[in-house]
Design a binder for this molecule. Structure first.
Ligand code: NAI
Length: 318
């Protein structure tokens, strides 16, 4: 049998761990030796209400199985209190799983400012506040593992989820940046876009599919990328129903234009096929990978751009 991935001596905070995916993460970390803060506000799917029951039940479950856990009932927006629970009870934090989430799905035409703000606050501001509250501890101890929970809805867009998808994609951006800032302190941040049966998805899939999409299929990857031996940093994983993918950006080879008087919309239109041709793709993972200074210099040496069909906007208002 292969050696078990262990988290002895580590302290993990799992937000929104009173049910769904978070509960399974908390159980897994605890079963592998981590001390776990089970955070959950205990509200409803749309973010209303609160209760200590959800977190208490999971703590009970962990303790019954011989693990160590403590409950916290604060909203992720009150992140300092969540982190204080970890520090007070266990003396440190090593792993932060930003998982808490709600839904306020509406088509864009019906979306209210409240729907936008609440979803942004729980997902984006909550994950930001939690990460910020852990950051100096992670830096001091030169160790930290952060997981952000995005969604396919954020990566690709999804009908009725303009608020949710925006928050989720913003978490990819947050992770990408802190992954770069944290690297030299051994603080790694990664993103998952999971798909699993939970109360958030219970009316999305047919019952037989729903039953097969266990949150248990998400947790092993979460544990793996949050382990001290993992070298994954700044990456995105899409997973569910037993299927695992890594996601990255792809861009076309591109076209360099001379920025002179011939650089008109028509010149771009003339090269459109080449600009949008992905047969020789690039996979950038940093702004620094593109040498803009050299490109600007090279552009000067080009001859004028070939003229293409020009375009007019008469009658339109911009
Ligand atoms: P869930 O509703 O079962 O779990 C979310 C938990 O977060 C709940 O227990 C809830 O009480 C808690 N929570 C909500 N607001 C909170 C707050 N302000 N502070 C603390 N806790 C709070 O849903 P599920 O599916 O387990 O979702 C977990 C995460 O995965 C969410 O971020 C969700 O957006 C994301 N996700 C889930 C997918 C799925 O297929 N289930 C798909 C894509 C993303």
């Amino acid at each position: 049998m292969s050696e078990q991935l262990r988290f002895d001596g580590r302290v993990a905070i799992v937000t929104g761990a009173g049910g769904g995916l978070g509960r399974i993460y908390a159980l897994l970390f605890a079963s592998r030796g981590a001390k776990v803060v089970v955070n959950d506000l205990g509200g409803s799917r749309d973010g209303s209400g609160n209760s200590s029951r959800a977190a208490d039940q999971v703590v009970e479950e962990i303790r019954r199985a011989g693990g160590t856990a403590v409950a916290n009932y604060d909203s992720v927006e009150d992140a300092e209190k969540v982190v204080q629970t970890a520090v007070k009870n266990f003396g440190r934090v090593d792993i932060l799983i930003n998982n808490a989430g709600i839904l306020r799905d509406r088509s864009f035409i019906k979306l209210t400012d409240d729907d936008w703000d609440l979803v942004m606050r729980v997902h984006l501001r909550g994950s930001y506040k939690m990460t910020k509250a852990c950051w100096s501890l992670f830096r001091e101890q030169k160790f930290g593992r952060i997981l952000m929970t995005a969604s396919g809805s954020g990566l690709y867009g999804n009908y009725g989820q303009s608020n949710y998808s925006s928050a989720k994609m913003a978490l990819v951006a947050l992770s990408n940046t802190i992954a770069k800032e944290g690297e030299k302190y051994n603080i790694f941040s990664n993103v998952i876009a999971p798909i699993a049966a939970s109360r958030l998805t219970e009316n999305v899939f047919p019952p037989e599919i729903f039953a097969a999409m266990k949150p248990d299929f998400i947790a092993p990857l979460v544990a793996l990328v949050c382990h001290e031996n993992s070298e994954e940093n700044g990456h995105i994983f899409e997973l569910g129903a037993g299927q695992f993918y890594k996601v990255r950006y792809e861009r076309s080879e591109g076209v360099l234009f001379k920025a002179d008087a011939s650089f008109l919309p028509g010149a771009i239109a003339a090269q459109w096929n080449k600009i949008t041709d992905f047969s020789n793709p690039q996979y950038p993972s940093s702004i620094a990978e593109t040498d803009w200074v050299t490109l600007a210099d090279t552009a000067k040496t080009l001859t004028s751009n070939p003229a293409g069909p020009d375009m007019r906007f008469d009658g339109q208002v911009a």
